[in-house]
Design a protein around this ligand. Structure first.
Ligand SMILES: Nc1ncnc2c1ncn2[C@@H]1O[C@H](COP(=O)(O)OP(=O)(O)OP(=O)(O)O)[C@@H](O)[C@H]1O
Ligand SMILES: [Mg+2]
Length: 330
């Protein structure tokens, strides 16, 4: 189990984490989804006991990450963002080295077990320097689970992998997730949706939302655009107002005289496309092309930030008031 309470981190004067709180339980895969610089790695370094927070507390399997950092390291397996592997060791020797450091009992048996688990048993005598990126990532996973930790923290575990390897590593994580508490970070929306039981959306050091994949799916499905290419003389101008008036349409942009971008309302239960097609044809134009475009992660973040700012700040007033910085006070 992982518990984080109001984790805050400053690097010098830069606020990297701003009161981050969450929990993750056994048998659960929790995803940290956020763009570059959001604070994912910072959180994970704190949780694994590699760096203290400026403020706040966290516990791994009941052990405090600062006060009991040795215990924490025993109970946590960590796949860092840029794992340093020893290129001139064989896979087996590297794991033996890591296992000895951590005092893993019956080490040879355990290494064989773990290598089978990550599907690398046939490469155990290969030098790490000769492995592909995906294989190296699997060696990283192997070292993370070697000492049978209760909690696994995986920083962008599928980054740099080809699609086939990505599928393989995801399957492996899903398997591991059944008996561990897993927290992973990603900036790939579909990966978070596919792999995680719960997704925390983090941006600029703050958790903006906590969603199940189903809720996330709704959010994302809401954040869609239908793009139309229409034939005829300047149809966009004539069609814009007509399409805007259809149920489920939020607004319509006309980037060129023959192209329309239709933004759909977030919670439209029905498929708007047939109505769009009919409206174009009934107005006497040709429909050359229609496609649905999902907004990017960045777009969804922007939307979340807008939503957040639009919300009445009923809790913000009482929560934020006691902790202004001295500069703001003066
Ligand atoms: N060692 C450091 N010294 C100073 N600032 C840092 C340091 N590490 C991170 N930061 C800053 O803290 C913020 C959060 O960085 P962090 O590495 O946690 O983001 P991230 O979510 O892991 O991003 P990415 O997706 O790029 O890996 C960023 O603004 C970053 O510049
Ligand atoms: Mg990172």
């Amino acid at each position: 189990m992982i518990e984080a309470r109001d984790l805050t981190k400053y690097y010098g004067r830069r606020l990297a984490l701003d009161h981050v709180s969450f929990q993750a339980h056994k048998g659960e895969i929790v995803g940290f989804l956020g763009p570059n610089g959001a604070g994912k790695t910072t959180t994970m370094r704190i949780l694994t006991g590699y760096m203290p927070p400026s403020d706040g507390d966290a516990w791994i399997a009941g052990h405090h990450v600062v006060d009991e950092s040795l215990e924490v390291r025993r109970h946590v397996g960590y796949l860092p963002e840029n794992i340093a592997l020893y290129d001139d060791l064989t896979v087996w020797d590297y794991l033996a080295f890591m296992g000895q450091l951590r005092g893993v009992p019956s080490l040879d048996e355990r290494i064989a077990e773990v290598l089978e688990r990550v599907n690398l048993l046939d490469r155990s005598e290969s030098f790490i320097g000769s492995l592909s990126r995906g294989m190296r990532q699997r060696v990283g996973l192997a070292q993370a689970i070697l000492h049978r930790p209760e909690v696994l923290i995986l920083d962008e575990p599928t980054i740099g992998l080809d699609p086939a390897q990505r599928v393989e590593v995801r399957e492996l994580i899903r398997e591991i997730g059944q008996e561990h508490t897993v927290m992973l970070s990603t900036h790939i929306l579909s990966e978070a949706q596919e792999l995680c039981d719960r997704v925390l959306i983090i941006h600029q050091g703050r958790i903006l939302a906590e969603d199940t994949p189903a809720e996330l799916e709704l959010r994302v499905r809401g954040a869609q655009q239908v793009r139309l290419e229409v034939g005829g003389e300047a149809p966009a101008e004539a069609l814009g107002p007509r399409l805007s008036a259809l149920p489920g349409v939020l607004r319509v942009a006309t980037p060129t005289p023959n192209h329309l971008e239709v933004e759909l309302a977030p919670d439209t239960p029905h498929d708007v496309r047939p109505a769009l097609a009919r409206a174009v044809l009934e107005a006497g134009y040709d429909l050359r092309e229609m496609c649905t475009v999902s907004l990017s992660l960045e777009d969804i973040f922007l939307q979340l930030i807008r939503d957040e700012q639009a919300e009445p700040a009923d809790t913000a007033a009482s929560d934020a008031a006691p902790t202004p910085t001295p500069d703001e006070e003066a």
